[in-house]
Design a protein around this ligand. Structure first.
Ligand SMILES: NC(=O)c1ccc[n+]([C@@H]2O[C@H](COP(=O)([O-])OP(=O)(O)OC[C@H]3O[C@@H](n4cnc5c(N)ncnc54)[C@H](OP(=O)(O)O)[C@@H]3O)[C@@H](O)[C@H]2O)c1
Length: 248
């Protein structure tokens, strides 16, 4: 039996176990299983790997996407550039290589969604955490200029107050990507503080959140006529990319 899994903490609402278990069933893949490995600290990883000699690879989620790096033997080019890992492959000789499939999931969905409009976009990235790192890397590789927004002065290019204070500032950025957890289940009534009333049909709002399917951020954008996209397709694509990496 080839074993795969997810490490992170906490893992109660994780998507991956359900996704891979259903995939193995649907595609009649009988020699694989996928489990959650909830570890309270990253220092517990070496023991976990020793405990499961049939572990062929695993996904990595909050809060270990960066702290896992010193535990790996190699990083692929994209993971190195992003500075975060969400897929690890363990080869026959025990070598552990880190990858970033969030990058692929985000890039593919963004290019498919925007098509030729992508080239003339200037983007605003909300949040400065792990997901933002992959998003910024994709924007750079697609030659899209961007600025970041943080709650904290000095951490990004703007703070939210800059936009509520001067609503017309938002008109410089037609692609707005939410990489914060604001509005994620169960906090459905929260959204980044932006002048949504200034937006119109020329705006694209992309929320990396997939639960709920339509966050307050997307609802507010939609009410102003913007185009919207949630994180569901990105989530599925990053999972499928993980599967490809483990089977390469
Ligand atoms: N669809 C997918 O495949 C996919 C993949 C990866 C992640 N995600 C989603 O992306 C989101 C972020 O993930 P992450 O790993 O980057 O998380 P994270 O590192 O915990 O947080 C992201 C950033 O959001 C900002 N933030 C946090 N709490 C906030 C609050 N209460 N109000 C405003 N801003 C806040 C912070 O930036 P500042 O301190 O600078 O404000 C933080 O660095 C999650 O909802 C996750 O589920 C989706």
């Amino acid at each position: 039996m080839r074993k795969f899994g997810l490490i992170g903490y906490p893992l109660s609402h994780s998507f991956s176990k359900k996704y891979f278990t259903e995939k193995f069933h649907r595609e009649n893949i009988r020699d694989c299983e996928y489990d959650n490995f909830e570890i309270k600290k990253i220092e517990d990883l070496p023991v976990l790997i020793l405990t499961y000699p049939n572990l062929n690879g695993f996904n990595v989620t909050i809060p270990y996407k960066e702290s896992i790096i010193p535990y790996l033997d190699e990083l692929d080019q994209v993971a190195k550039k992003v500075g975060a890992v969400n897929v690890v492959k363990i080869s026959g000789d025990g070598k552990k290589t880190g990858y970033n499939s969030d990058y692929y999931g985000f890039r593919y969905t963004l290019e498919r969604w925007l098509g030729t409009d992508l080239k003339r976009m200037k983007a605003l990235v909300l949040g400065t955490g792990g997901a933002a790192k992959a998003v910024k890397c994709v924007l750079e590789d697609c030659n899209i200029k961007y600025r970041t927004v943080s709650r904290q002065e000095g951490k990004g290019d703007y703070i939210y107050f800059d936009f509520t204070d001067d609503p017309d500032l938002i008109l410089e950025y037609r692609l707005i990507i939410n990489t914060t957890p604001l509005g994620m289940f169960p906090d459905l009534n929260e959204a980044p503080n932006l002048p949504y009333e200034t937006m119109d049909g020329s705006f694209y709002l992309y929320d990396l959140i997939y639960n709920p399917e339509k966050t307050l951020f997307l609802k507010k954008g939609e009410s102003s006529g913007t185009r919207i996209l949630n994180g569901l397709d990105m989530l599925v694509l990053q999972a499928e990319k993980s599967w490809d990496i483990w089977n390469e």
